[in-house]
Ligand binder design. Structure first.
Ligand code: PEP
Ligand code: MG
Length: 538
Protein backbone atom coordinates (compact mmCIF):
# COMPACT_ATOMS: atom_id res chain seq x y z
CA UNK A 1 0.00 0.00 0.00
CA UNK A 2 1.31 3.47 -0.95
CA UNK A 3 0.42 6.54 1.10
CA UNK A 4 1.37 10.18 0.68
CA UNK A 5 2.34 12.98 3.03
CA UNK A 6 4.53 16.05 2.80
CA UNK A 7 8.25 15.36 2.39
CA UNK A 8 9.88 17.44 5.13
CA UNK A 9 13.42 16.09 5.56
CA UNK A 10 15.33 14.38 2.77
CA UNK A 11 16.39 10.79 3.27
CA UNK A 12 15.39 7.23 2.53
CA UNK A 13 14.49 4.77 5.27
CA UNK A 14 13.18 1.23 5.40
CA UNK A 15 12.43 -0.01 8.92
CA UNK A 16 9.79 -1.20 11.36
CA UNK A 17 7.23 1.40 12.27
CA UNK A 18 6.89 2.26 15.93
CA UNK A 19 3.98 4.19 17.39
CA UNK A 20 5.06 6.57 20.06
CA UNK A 21 2.87 6.78 23.13
CA UNK A 22 3.72 9.08 25.99
CA UNK A 23 2.65 9.24 29.61
CA UNK A 24 1.94 12.48 31.48
CA UNK A 25 4.43 12.63 34.34
CA UNK A 26 3.63 16.11 35.61
CA UNK A 27 3.06 16.28 39.38
CA UNK A 28 1.35 18.62 41.79
CA UNK A 29 3.12 19.96 44.85
CA UNK A 30 0.98 19.16 47.91
CA UNK A 31 2.13 20.00 51.43
CA UNK A 32 -0.69 18.72 53.66
CA UNK A 33 -0.32 14.92 53.26
CA UNK A 34 -0.23 12.33 55.98
CA UNK A 35 3.47 11.29 56.13
CA UNK A 36 2.65 7.73 57.16
CA UNK A 37 0.27 7.14 54.26
CA UNK A 38 2.67 8.71 51.76
CA UNK A 39 5.50 6.50 53.05
CA UNK A 40 3.37 3.42 52.43
CA UNK A 41 2.46 4.66 48.95
CA UNK A 42 6.14 5.19 48.17
CA UNK A 43 7.11 1.72 49.46
CA UNK A 44 4.31 0.12 47.36
CA UNK A 45 5.50 2.00 44.28
CA UNK A 46 9.06 0.84 44.92
CA UNK A 47 7.87 -2.81 45.02
CA UNK A 48 5.87 -2.46 41.83
CA UNK A 49 8.78 -0.76 40.07
CA UNK A 50 11.12 -3.55 41.18
CA UNK A 51 8.69 -6.16 39.78
CA UNK A 52 8.44 -4.29 36.46
CA UNK A 53 12.21 -3.96 36.18
CA UNK A 54 12.77 -7.63 37.03
CA UNK A 55 10.35 -8.64 34.28
CA UNK A 56 12.08 -6.27 31.81
CA UNK A 57 15.50 -7.55 32.85
CA UNK A 58 14.56 -11.19 32.26
CA UNK A 59 12.81 -10.47 28.98
CA UNK A 60 15.79 -8.51 27.62
CA UNK A 61 18.58 -10.76 28.94
CA UNK A 62 18.12 -13.38 26.23
CA UNK A 63 18.29 -10.78 23.42
CA UNK A 64 20.75 -8.13 24.59
CA UNK A 65 22.77 -8.60 27.80
CA UNK A 66 24.04 -4.98 27.78
CA UNK A 67 20.56 -3.53 27.53
CA UNK A 68 19.41 -5.88 30.33
CA UNK A 69 22.15 -4.51 32.61
CA UNK A 70 20.50 -1.11 32.44
CA UNK A 71 17.35 -2.50 34.05
CA UNK A 72 19.51 -4.05 36.74
CA UNK A 73 21.13 -0.69 37.45
CA UNK A 74 17.66 0.86 37.66
CA UNK A 75 16.65 -1.80 40.20
CA UNK A 76 19.64 -0.86 42.35
CA UNK A 77 18.85 2.84 42.04
CA UNK A 78 15.42 2.20 43.53
CA UNK A 79 17.16 1.08 46.72
CA UNK A 80 19.85 3.77 46.67
CA UNK A 81 20.29 5.26 50.12
CA UNK A 82 20.61 8.91 49.02
CA UNK A 83 17.53 8.59 46.86
CA UNK A 84 15.42 6.88 49.56
CA UNK A 85 16.53 9.28 52.29
CA UNK A 86 15.77 12.28 50.07
CA UNK A 87 12.24 11.03 49.42
CA UNK A 88 11.62 10.08 53.08
CA UNK A 89 12.74 13.52 54.26
CA UNK A 90 10.28 15.32 51.99
CA UNK A 91 7.46 12.91 52.76
CA UNK A 92 8.06 13.42 56.50
CA UNK A 93 7.50 17.17 55.99
CA UNK A 94 4.00 16.53 54.55
CA UNK A 95 4.76 16.42 50.80
CA UNK A 96 2.98 14.02 48.47
CA UNK A 97 5.14 11.03 47.44
CA UNK A 98 5.06 12.00 43.71
CA UNK A 99 6.51 15.41 44.47
CA UNK A 100 9.11 13.96 46.85
CA UNK A 101 10.25 11.51 44.15
CA UNK A 102 10.40 14.23 41.52
CA UNK A 103 12.37 16.65 43.69
CA UNK A 104 14.86 14.02 44.80
CA UNK A 105 15.21 12.58 41.30
CA UNK A 106 15.79 16.04 39.81
CA UNK A 107 18.38 16.88 42.44
CA UNK A 108 20.34 13.65 41.81
CA UNK A 109 19.93 14.10 38.05
CA UNK A 110 21.53 17.56 38.19
CA UNK A 111 24.29 16.27 40.45
CA UNK A 112 25.25 13.47 38.03
CA UNK A 113 25.02 15.77 35.07
CA UNK A 114 27.47 18.26 36.55
CA UNK A 115 30.19 15.56 36.82
CA UNK A 116 32.81 15.83 34.12
CA UNK A 117 32.72 12.14 33.22
CA UNK A 118 30.76 10.56 30.38
CA UNK A 119 29.73 7.42 32.34
CA UNK A 120 28.56 9.37 35.35
CA UNK A 121 26.63 11.78 33.14
CA UNK A 122 24.82 8.82 31.57
CA UNK A 123 23.59 7.98 35.09
CA UNK A 124 21.66 11.28 35.06
CA UNK A 125 19.30 9.88 32.41
CA UNK A 126 18.94 6.66 34.42
CA UNK A 127 17.91 8.57 37.54
CA UNK A 128 15.29 10.36 35.47
CA UNK A 129 13.99 7.06 34.13
CA UNK A 130 13.74 5.57 37.61
CA UNK A 131 11.94 8.53 39.14
CA UNK A 132 9.66 8.72 36.08
CA UNK A 133 8.74 5.06 36.58
CA UNK A 134 7.91 5.67 40.25
CA UNK A 135 5.85 8.78 39.47
CA UNK A 136 3.87 6.91 36.81
CA UNK A 137 3.12 4.07 39.25
CA UNK A 138 2.17 6.55 41.98
CA UNK A 139 -0.21 8.24 39.50
CA UNK A 140 -1.74 4.83 38.70
CA UNK A 141 -0.79 4.99 35.00
CA UNK A 142 0.27 2.14 32.71
CA UNK A 143 3.74 2.12 31.18
CA UNK A 144 4.17 3.27 27.58
CA UNK A 145 5.79 0.53 25.52
CA UNK A 146 9.58 0.97 25.59
CA UNK A 147 11.34 2.07 22.45
CA UNK A 148 12.80 -0.96 20.65
CA UNK A 149 16.58 -1.15 20.36
CA UNK A 150 16.60 -1.54 16.57
CA UNK A 151 16.13 0.84 13.63
CA UNK A 152 12.60 2.30 13.64
CA UNK A 153 10.44 4.82 11.85
CA UNK A 154 8.58 6.76 14.56
CA UNK A 155 4.90 7.25 13.76
CA UNK A 156 2.74 9.66 15.74
CA UNK A 157 0.07 12.34 15.42
CA UNK A 158 2.59 15.02 16.28
CA UNK A 159 6.17 14.85 17.34
CA UNK A 160 6.53 17.65 19.84
CA UNK A 161 10.00 18.89 20.69
CA UNK A 162 9.48 17.72 24.29
CA UNK A 163 8.83 14.19 22.98
CA UNK A 164 11.61 14.22 20.42
CA UNK A 165 14.28 15.08 22.96
CA UNK A 166 13.37 11.86 24.80
CA UNK A 167 13.82 9.57 21.78
CA UNK A 168 16.90 7.39 21.63
CA UNK A 169 18.23 8.94 18.42
CA UNK A 170 20.55 5.99 17.75
CA UNK A 171 17.62 3.91 16.54
CA UNK A 172 15.39 6.47 14.84
CA UNK A 173 15.89 6.40 11.07
CA UNK A 174 12.77 8.31 10.09
CA UNK A 175 9.49 9.77 11.27
CA UNK A 176 5.98 10.13 9.92
CA UNK A 177 3.35 12.40 11.45
CA UNK A 178 -0.35 12.99 10.87
CA UNK A 179 -0.08 16.75 11.48
CA UNK A 180 2.58 19.34 10.97
CA UNK A 181 4.21 21.05 8.03
CA UNK A 182 7.71 21.49 6.66
CA UNK A 183 8.52 24.09 9.27
CA UNK A 184 6.99 22.35 12.26
CA UNK A 185 9.60 21.54 14.85
CA UNK A 186 9.41 17.78 14.24
CA UNK A 187 10.59 18.42 10.69
CA UNK A 188 13.27 20.84 11.85
CA UNK A 189 14.57 18.32 14.37
CA UNK A 190 14.60 15.53 11.78
CA UNK A 191 16.68 17.66 9.48
CA UNK A 192 19.11 18.39 12.29
CA UNK A 193 19.35 14.65 12.99
CA UNK A 194 19.78 13.97 9.27
CA UNK A 195 16.85 11.52 9.14
CA UNK A 196 13.94 11.24 6.71
CA UNK A 197 10.72 12.91 7.82
CA UNK A 198 7.22 13.01 6.39
CA UNK A 199 4.59 15.27 7.94
CA UNK A 200 0.97 16.25 7.26
CA UNK A 201 -0.28 12.76 6.36
CA UNK A 202 -3.80 13.87 7.35
CA UNK A 203 -6.46 11.17 6.84
CA UNK A 204 -3.92 8.91 5.09
CA UNK A 205 -2.37 8.48 8.53
CA UNK A 206 -5.32 6.29 9.62
CA UNK A 207 -4.35 3.71 7.00
CA UNK A 208 -1.01 3.02 8.69
CA UNK A 209 -1.10 -0.34 10.50
CA UNK A 210 -0.22 -0.85 14.19
CA UNK A 211 2.98 -2.69 13.27
CA UNK A 212 4.88 -3.70 10.16
CA UNK A 213 7.62 -2.36 7.91
CA UNK A 214 7.53 0.94 6.05
CA UNK A 215 9.69 2.39 3.32
CA UNK A 216 9.71 6.19 3.33
CA UNK A 217 11.08 8.85 1.02
CA UNK A 218 11.55 12.14 2.90
CA UNK A 219 11.85 14.12 -0.35
CA UNK A 220 8.66 13.00 -2.12
CA UNK A 221 6.59 12.22 1.00
CA UNK A 222 5.92 8.65 -0.13
CA UNK A 223 5.22 5.97 2.48
CA UNK A 224 5.02 2.33 1.39
CA UNK A 225 3.48 -0.03 3.92
CA UNK A 226 4.94 -3.55 3.97
CA UNK A 227 6.92 -3.10 0.73
CA UNK A 228 7.20 -6.10 -1.62
CA UNK A 229 10.51 -7.36 -3.05
CA UNK A 230 10.41 -4.97 -6.06
CA UNK A 231 9.66 -1.98 -3.87
CA UNK A 232 12.42 -2.94 -1.45
CA UNK A 233 14.90 -3.17 -4.32
CA UNK A 234 13.78 0.26 -5.57
CA UNK A 235 14.29 1.76 -2.13
CA UNK A 236 17.72 0.15 -1.82
CA UNK A 237 18.65 1.88 -5.10
CA UNK A 238 17.19 5.23 -3.95
CA UNK A 239 19.18 4.96 -0.74
CA UNK A 240 22.42 4.22 -2.60
CA UNK A 241 21.81 7.23 -4.93
CA UNK A 242 21.12 9.47 -1.95
CA UNK A 243 24.35 8.36 -0.25
CA UNK A 244 26.29 8.90 -3.49
CA UNK A 245 25.01 12.48 -3.72
CA UNK A 246 26.18 13.08 -0.16
CA UNK A 247 29.67 11.88 -1.08
CA UNK A 248 29.78 14.19 -4.14
CA UNK A 249 28.87 17.16 -1.96
CA UNK A 250 31.94 16.55 0.22
CA UNK A 251 33.81 18.52 -2.44
CA UNK A 252 32.24 21.66 -0.89
CA UNK A 253 33.29 20.87 2.65
CA UNK A 254 36.29 23.18 2.90
CA UNK A 255 35.26 25.58 0.14
CA UNK A 256 34.38 29.16 0.85
CA UNK A 257 30.81 30.07 -0.12
CA UNK A 258 31.31 32.86 -2.65
CA UNK A 259 29.07 33.76 -5.58
CA UNK A 260 30.32 34.20 -9.16
CA UNK A 261 30.33 37.97 -8.69
CA UNK A 262 32.35 37.69 -5.47
CA UNK A 263 29.78 38.01 -2.67
CA UNK A 264 30.93 36.07 0.44
CA UNK A 265 28.35 34.20 2.51
CA UNK A 266 28.73 32.44 5.84
CA UNK A 267 27.07 29.03 5.84
CA UNK A 268 26.21 28.31 9.44
CA UNK A 269 24.26 25.69 11.32
CA UNK A 270 21.03 25.63 13.26
CA UNK A 271 21.50 23.62 16.44
CA UNK A 272 19.61 22.70 19.60
CA UNK A 273 22.28 21.04 21.74
CA UNK A 274 26.01 20.57 22.31
CA UNK A 275 25.80 17.29 20.39
CA UNK A 276 24.29 19.15 17.40
CA UNK A 277 27.20 21.61 17.59
CA UNK A 278 29.72 18.77 17.34
CA UNK A 279 27.84 17.29 14.35
CA UNK A 280 27.57 20.70 12.67
CA UNK A 281 31.30 21.30 13.07
CA UNK A 282 32.03 17.93 11.45
CA UNK A 283 29.57 18.75 8.65
CA UNK A 284 31.61 21.85 7.75
CA UNK A 285 29.59 24.71 9.31
CA UNK A 286 31.28 28.14 9.35
CA UNK A 287 29.67 28.83 12.73
CA UNK A 288 26.31 28.65 14.47
CA UNK A 289 23.58 30.87 13.05
CA UNK A 290 20.89 29.75 15.45
CA UNK A 291 21.24 27.90 18.74
CA UNK A 292 17.63 27.22 19.75
CA UNK A 293 18.41 27.56 23.47
CA UNK A 294 14.88 26.51 24.47
CA UNK A 295 15.91 22.91 23.81
CA UNK A 296 18.03 23.09 26.95
CA UNK A 297 14.80 23.85 28.79
CA UNK A 298 12.77 21.16 27.02
CA UNK A 299 15.41 18.56 27.81
CA UNK A 300 15.31 19.37 31.50
CA UNK A 301 12.89 18.32 34.28
CA UNK A 302 12.94 21.85 35.72
CA UNK A 303 14.36 25.29 34.88
CA UNK A 304 17.99 24.59 33.89
CA UNK A 305 20.31 26.30 36.36
CA UNK A 306 22.71 29.11 35.45
CA UNK A 307 25.62 26.66 35.83
CA UNK A 308 24.05 24.03 33.58
CA UNK A 309 23.36 26.61 30.86
CA UNK A 310 26.81 28.14 31.25
CA UNK A 311 28.43 24.73 30.64
CA UNK A 312 26.38 24.17 27.46
CA UNK A 313 27.05 27.64 25.99
CA UNK A 314 30.76 27.42 26.90
CA UNK A 315 31.13 24.08 25.11
CA UNK A 316 29.41 25.30 21.93
CA UNK A 317 31.48 28.49 21.91
CA UNK A 318 34.69 26.51 22.34
CA UNK A 319 33.78 24.12 19.52
CA UNK A 320 33.42 26.99 17.05
CA UNK A 321 35.89 29.56 18.40
CA UNK A 322 36.96 31.96 16.85
CA UNK A 323 33.89 31.71 14.58
CA UNK A 324 30.49 33.11 15.50
CA UNK A 325 27.92 31.35 17.65
CA UNK A 326 24.50 32.98 17.71
CA UNK A 327 22.55 31.91 20.77
CA UNK A 328 18.91 32.82 20.53
CA UNK A 329 17.45 33.54 23.94
CA UNK A 330 14.58 31.42 25.16
CA UNK A 331 11.83 30.98 22.56
CA UNK A 332 9.44 28.89 24.59
CA UNK A 333 5.67 28.83 24.12
CA UNK A 334 3.39 27.82 21.24
CA UNK A 335 4.39 24.26 20.23
CA UNK A 336 7.46 24.33 22.49
CA UNK A 337 6.12 23.80 26.01
CA UNK A 338 7.89 22.68 29.18
CA UNK A 339 5.38 21.63 31.88
CA UNK A 340 7.17 23.45 34.70
CA UNK A 341 6.55 26.81 32.98
CA UNK A 342 2.85 26.32 33.75
CA UNK A 343 1.69 28.35 30.77
CA UNK A 344 -2.13 28.30 30.92
CA UNK A 345 -4.10 27.01 27.94
CA UNK A 346 -4.28 29.63 25.17
CA UNK A 347 -6.70 29.82 22.26
CA UNK A 348 -4.01 31.07 19.92
CA UNK A 349 -0.61 30.15 21.36
CA UNK A 350 1.44 31.13 18.28
CA UNK A 351 0.33 34.69 18.95
CA UNK A 352 0.32 34.28 22.70
CA UNK A 353 2.59 34.23 25.69
CA UNK A 354 5.95 33.18 24.26
CA UNK A 355 9.63 33.97 23.73
CA UNK A 356 10.71 37.53 24.56
CA UNK A 357 7.24 38.22 25.98
CA UNK A 358 7.81 35.61 28.72
CA UNK A 359 11.38 36.77 29.28
CA UNK A 360 10.48 40.41 29.78
CA UNK A 361 7.43 39.52 31.87
CA UNK A 362 9.39 37.13 34.13
CA UNK A 363 12.84 38.74 34.27
CA UNK A 364 14.08 36.17 36.81
CA UNK A 365 13.94 33.52 34.04
CA UNK A 366 15.66 35.83 31.55
CA UNK A 367 18.25 36.83 34.14
CA UNK A 368 19.44 33.23 34.68
CA UNK A 369 19.91 32.71 30.96
CA UNK A 370 21.61 36.05 30.31
CA UNK A 371 24.02 35.58 33.23
CA UNK A 372 24.96 32.13 31.89
CA UNK A 373 25.52 33.60 28.42
CA UNK A 374 27.57 36.54 29.63
CA UNK A 375 29.78 34.27 31.74
CA UNK A 376 30.32 31.98 28.73
CA UNK A 377 31.15 34.94 26.45
CA UNK A 378 34.88 34.77 27.17
CA UNK A 379 35.13 31.28 25.63
CA UNK A 380 34.45 32.24 22.03
CA UNK A 381 32.69 34.61 19.65
CA UNK A 382 29.28 35.05 21.25
CA UNK A 383 26.34 36.66 19.48
CA UNK A 384 23.10 36.98 21.45
CA UNK A 385 19.82 37.18 19.54
CA UNK A 386 16.34 38.05 20.78
CA UNK A 387 13.34 36.19 19.27
CA UNK A 388 9.80 37.28 18.36
CA UNK A 389 10.64 40.98 18.50
CA UNK A 390 7.75 43.26 17.55
CA UNK A 391 8.99 46.60 18.89
CA UNK A 392 11.98 48.83 19.50
CA UNK A 393 11.07 48.96 23.21
CA UNK A 394 11.51 45.19 23.62
CA UNK A 395 15.05 45.43 22.26
CA UNK A 396 15.91 48.41 24.46
CA UNK A 397 14.60 46.65 27.57
CA UNK A 398 16.49 43.44 26.75
CA UNK A 399 19.71 45.33 26.16
CA UNK A 400 19.28 47.31 29.37
CA UNK A 401 18.81 44.12 31.40
CA UNK A 402 21.84 42.62 29.71
CA UNK A 403 24.02 45.63 30.46
CA UNK A 404 22.95 45.64 34.12
CA UNK A 405 23.80 41.96 34.42
CA UNK A 406 27.15 42.56 32.78
CA UNK A 407 28.02 45.15 35.44
CA UNK A 408 26.75 42.81 38.17
CA UNK A 409 28.93 39.92 36.95
CA UNK A 410 32.02 42.08 36.62
CA UNK A 411 31.46 43.35 40.17
CA UNK A 412 31.26 39.70 41.29
CA UNK A 413 34.64 39.07 39.67
CA UNK A 414 33.46 37.16 36.57
CA UNK A 415 35.19 38.08 33.31
CA UNK A 416 32.78 39.11 30.52
CA UNK A 417 33.75 39.71 26.90
CA UNK A 418 33.51 43.33 25.74
CA UNK A 419 32.83 42.23 22.17
CA UNK A 420 29.46 40.45 22.39
CA UNK A 421 27.34 41.12 19.33
CA UNK A 422 23.61 41.67 19.72
CA UNK A 423 20.98 40.84 17.11
CA UNK A 424 17.28 40.34 16.65
CA UNK A 425 15.24 37.82 14.78
CA UNK A 426 13.15 39.34 12.06
CA UNK A 427 10.21 36.99 12.18
CA UNK A 428 7.17 39.21 12.61
CA UNK A 429 5.76 41.66 10.06
CA UNK A 430 6.15 44.37 12.75
CA UNK A 431 9.89 43.74 12.90
CA UNK A 432 10.18 44.04 9.11
CA UNK A 433 8.25 47.30 9.09
CA UNK A 434 10.41 48.65 11.93
CA UNK A 435 13.66 47.19 10.60
CA UNK A 436 15.15 50.63 9.80
CA UNK A 437 14.77 51.62 13.47
CA UNK A 438 15.76 48.22 14.85
CA UNK A 439 18.93 48.26 12.74
CA UNK A 440 20.18 51.29 14.71
CA UNK A 441 20.09 49.26 17.94
CA UNK A 442 21.77 45.99 16.98
CA UNK A 443 24.76 44.44 15.21
CA UNK A 444 22.88 42.01 12.97
CA UNK A 445 19.51 40.66 11.83
CA UNK A 446 18.55 37.07 11.25
CA UNK A 447 15.34 36.47 9.32
CA UNK A 448 13.18 33.70 10.77
CA UNK A 449 11.27 32.77 7.63
CA UNK A 450 9.22 30.11 9.43
CA UNK A 451 7.36 32.48 11.67
CA UNK A 452 7.63 35.36 9.22
CA UNK A 453 5.77 33.25 6.63
CA UNK A 454 3.20 32.13 9.19
CA UNK A 455 2.42 35.66 10.39
CA UNK A 456 2.64 37.43 7.03
CA UNK A 457 0.42 34.97 5.17
CA UNK A 458 -1.77 34.25 8.21
CA UNK A 459 -1.16 30.53 7.71
CA UNK A 460 -0.40 28.31 10.71
CA UNK A 461 3.00 26.64 10.19
CA UNK A 462 1.75 23.53 12.03
CA UNK A 463 -1.47 23.07 10.07
CA UNK A 464 -1.14 20.66 7.13
CA UNK A 465 -4.47 21.93 5.74
CA UNK A 466 -3.01 25.36 4.95
CA UNK A 467 0.41 24.12 3.85
CA UNK A 468 -0.43 25.20 0.28
CA UNK A 469 -0.73 28.80 1.55
CA UNK A 470 2.26 28.60 3.87
CA UNK A 471 4.91 29.19 1.25
CA UNK A 472 8.21 30.94 1.94
CA UNK A 473 8.63 31.56 -1.82
CA UNK A 474 5.48 33.70 -1.88
CA UNK A 475 6.04 37.20 -3.36
CA UNK A 476 4.89 38.73 -0.06
CA UNK A 477 7.69 36.92 1.79
CA UNK A 478 10.24 37.87 -0.85
CA UNK A 479 9.23 41.48 -0.40
CA UNK A 480 9.59 41.19 3.39
CA UNK A 481 13.13 39.85 2.91
CA UNK A 482 14.01 42.62 0.43
CA UNK A 483 12.86 45.33 2.86
CA UNK A 484 14.80 43.80 5.75
CA UNK A 485 18.00 43.34 3.75
CA UNK A 486 17.83 46.89 2.38
CA UNK A 487 17.34 48.42 5.84
CA UNK A 488 20.07 46.29 7.40
CA UNK A 489 22.65 47.17 4.75
CA UNK A 490 21.69 50.86 4.77
CA UNK A 491 22.46 50.90 8.50
CA UNK A 492 25.74 49.04 7.95
CA UNK A 493 24.77 45.80 9.68
CA UNK A 494 24.70 42.27 8.27
CA UNK A 495 21.63 40.11 7.69
CA UNK A 496 21.19 36.35 7.66
CA UNK A 497 18.41 33.84 7.19
CA UNK A 498 17.88 31.17 9.85
CA UNK A 499 14.41 29.92 8.94
CA UNK A 500 14.01 26.75 6.90
CA UNK A 501 13.84 28.76 3.66
CA UNK A 502 17.59 29.25 4.04
CA UNK A 503 18.07 25.67 2.84
CA UNK A 504 15.64 26.02 -0.08
CA UNK A 505 18.11 26.26 -2.96
CA UNK A 506 15.39 27.53 -5.32
CA UNK A 507 15.63 30.72 -3.28
CA UNK A 508 19.44 30.93 -3.15
CA UNK A 509 19.76 33.17 -6.29
CA UNK A 510 17.12 35.52 -4.81
CA UNK A 511 19.00 35.67 -1.49
CA UNK A 512 22.21 36.43 -3.35
CA UNK A 513 20.59 39.23 -5.36
CA UNK A 514 19.69 40.75 -1.99
CA UNK A 515 23.25 40.25 -0.73
CA UNK A 516 22.19 38.11 2.22
CA UNK A 517 25.34 37.69 4.32
CA UNK A 518 24.67 34.45 6.14
CA UNK A 519 22.53 31.35 5.66
CA UNK A 520 21.97 29.15 8.68
CA UNK A 521 20.60 25.68 7.99
CA UNK A 522 20.46 22.14 9.39
CA UNK A 523 23.85 20.42 9.45
CA UNK A 524 22.70 17.98 6.76
CA UNK A 525 21.99 20.88 4.32
CA UNK A 526 25.24 22.84 4.74
CA UNK A 527 27.10 21.45 1.73
CA UNK A 528 24.06 21.60 -0.55
CA UNK A 529 23.58 25.29 0.31
CA UNK A 530 27.29 26.06 -0.08
CA UNK A 531 27.20 24.57 -3.58
CA UNK A 532 24.09 26.61 -4.45
CA UNK A 533 25.82 29.83 -3.35
CA UNK A 534 28.95 29.01 -5.38
CA UNK A 535 26.74 28.42 -8.45
CA UNK A 536 24.81 31.72 -8.02
CA UNK A 537 25.53 34.89 -9.99
CA UNK A 538 24.53 37.51 -7.37
C1 PEP B 1 11.81 30.93 12.42
O1 PEP B 1 10.73 31.26 12.92
O2 PEP B 1 12.06 31.01 11.20
C2 PEP B 1 12.88 30.39 13.28
C3 PEP B 1 14.08 30.17 12.80
O3 PEP B 1 12.59 30.08 14.58
P1 PEP B 1 11.72 28.79 15.02
O4 PEP B 1 11.59 27.90 13.83
O5 PEP B 1 12.45 28.13 16.14
O6 PEP B 1 10.42 29.39 15.44
MG1 MG C 1 10.49 31.52 15.06
Amino acid sequence: MKLKGIGAAEGIAVAKLWRMETVDLSVEHLTDRDPEKESVRFADAQHKATDELTALYEETLTKDADAAMIFDIHRMMLEDLDFCEGVSGLVASGCNAEWAVKQTGDMLHDMFEAIDDETMRARAADVQDVSGRLIRILKGLDDAPPMPKEPIVVVSDDLLPSQTVKLDKKYVVGCVTRNGSVTSHSAILSRSMGIACIVGMGDEFDKLPQRGTVAIDGLTGEVIVDPNADELALYEKKKADFEEQKVLLQHYKDKEAITKSGHHVHICANIGSVKDAEDAKKAGADGVGLFRSEFLYLDSPDFPSEEKQFQAYKKVLEIFSPNQVIVRTLDLGSDKQAPYFNIPHEENPAMGYRAIRICLDQPEIFRTQLRALLRASVYGNLHIMFPMITSVTQVMKSKELMNNLKAELIAEGHPVSDDIKIGVMIETPAAVVMSDELAKLVDFFSIGTNDLTQYTLAADRMNAKVSNIFNSEDPAIRRMIEITARNAHAAGIWVGICGEAGANTTLTPFFMENKIDELSVAAASILKVRRAVCESEG
